[in-house]
Design a protein around this ligand. Structure first.
Ligand SMILES: Cc1cc2nc3c(=O)[nH]c(=O)nc-3n(C[C@H](O)[C@H](O)[C@H](O)COP(=O)(O)OP(=O)(O)OC[C@H]3O[C@@H](n4cnc5c(N)ncnc54)[C@H](O)[C@@H]3O)c2cc1C
Length: 332
């Protein structure tokens, strides 16, 4: 495996900010991944997927590892279900297409999310009422501190809303993810936007659901190749009952969703819009005109500009509504 020096990371993050990586490699097998970790024990390490949920603010003085394993291996297969183990480097939507094409149900609502398979457990990707943690049975990863392979069950991954063990303790390089998928499918009405898109179709097929998700996403989200961005910049805030009541006093029409016992979720996009930031532009950075939660880059290469704009939004939302917005996107 080739280890490159001084690699420009601008093409490797969808916000297109510039930074040099001191060292950069793309292991194509589990053995190569283990080897590069064991032979570079003292280098700072970053595991990079498609760079759709991170951007750079300065050069990376260490080793960037971009897993490139792409195999799909059937582990178990019976009349009802199939279990497949997939390499971390596979493009996420290629996997969804692969599964829908074979009639394997579970991933279709997550169509078109820009991701690699290896990154999907990190923030437990979700969309249209589904989260990938519902389908994951195992994650195989290499511990960056010891160079040992470790296997995590679904429970051990400690999944939460845009959360997991791997996000809280980023010292694992995920090599494979195993999914359990169903061979039968009945559409469940979980999400209003998707229900509307499928209106008039009785018992939609997996393919029809996938196509409806793709159409909806293309309508709502900017194409990062044309307008660089990293999707939703902030998480939707989770609130206690008291916090929810306080918020409704200042902003009575705020959408509120149940998220557990004494736990409610509100819309970060709504708060940003009400703070006056929908479609607003500050220099080369702004929010998307059709979706205030998506920060977009109109031409800067400097990650710091994005940070400054994000902080301004956080301060304004805090000042007006008392809510702390937490970034979903990671800055390096
Ligand atoms: C237009 C757009 C729309 C989006 N829509 C959604 C959405 O609907 N739902 C949603 O949940 N997310 C969404 N996102 C965010 C993004 O798709 C996910 O966070 C995705 O999982 C990022 O994948 P990646 O391969 O690009 O990871 P990266 O951005 O490269 O990395 C993200 C994090 O995961 C770590 N990581 C990556 N690969 C590995 C690995 N193999 N082992 C260990 N750690 C790893 C990185 O170190 C980093 O901390 C969107 C992003 C964009 C640009």
């Amino acid at each position: 495996m080739i280890i490159k020096h001084n690699v420009q990371l601008k093409p490797y993050n969808s916000f297109r900010t510039k930074a040099l990586a001191k060292l950069f490699c793309e292991p194509a097998t589990l053995d190569e991944l283990i080897e590069v970790i064991r032979t570079h024990p003292h280098e700072k390490k970053l595991i990079l997927g498609g760079g759709f949920n991170l951007f750079f603010t300065k050069d990376f003085d260490g080793l960037v590892i971009k897993p490139a394993m792409e195999q799909v291996k059937t582990i178990t297969d019976d009349e009802q279900q199939v279990e497949i183990e997939v390499g971390a480097g596979m493009e996420w939507d290629a996997l969804v297409e692969h599964c829908v094409g074979r009639g394997y149900a579970g991933l279709e609502n997550l169509s078109l999310i820009p991701s690699t398979v290896g990154a999907c457990p990190v923030q437990n990707i979700g969309a249209y009422g589904a989260e990938v943690s519902e389908m994951i049975t195992r994650v195989k990863a290499v511990n960056l501190k010891t160079g040992e392979v470790e296997i995590f069950s679904n429970e051990e991954c400690q999944f939460g809303y845009r959360e997991s063990l791997f996000k809280r303790h980023p010292h694992y390089a995920i090599a494979t993810v195993t999914f359990r998928l169903n061979k039968s499918f009945a559409y469940q009405e979980k999400y209003a936007d998707l229900n509307r898109e499928l209106e008039g179709i009785t018992n939609p097929t997996l393919t029809q659901v996938r196509e409806a998700v793709i159409r909806t996403r293309i309508r709502k989200l900017p194409d990062y190749r044309l307008l660089p961005n990293a999707g939703s910049f902030f998480k939707n805030p989770l609130l206690s009952w008291k916090e929810k009541e306080e918020l409704l006093k200042v902003l009575p029409n705020t959408p509120i969703y149940n998220a557990g016992v004494d736990l409610f979720k509100t819309s970060a996009a709504y708060l940003i819009e009400k703070a006056g930031y929908k479609g607003l532009r500050r220099g080369q950075v702004g929010t998307y005109e059709h979706h205030s939660l998506v920060l977009v880059n109109h031409g800067t290469e400097e990650g710091q500009e994005i940070i400054a704009f994000a902080q301004e939004i956080q301060q304004e939302v805090k000042k007006r509504f008392g809510i702390t917005l937490e970034p979903e996107v990671q800055a390096y």
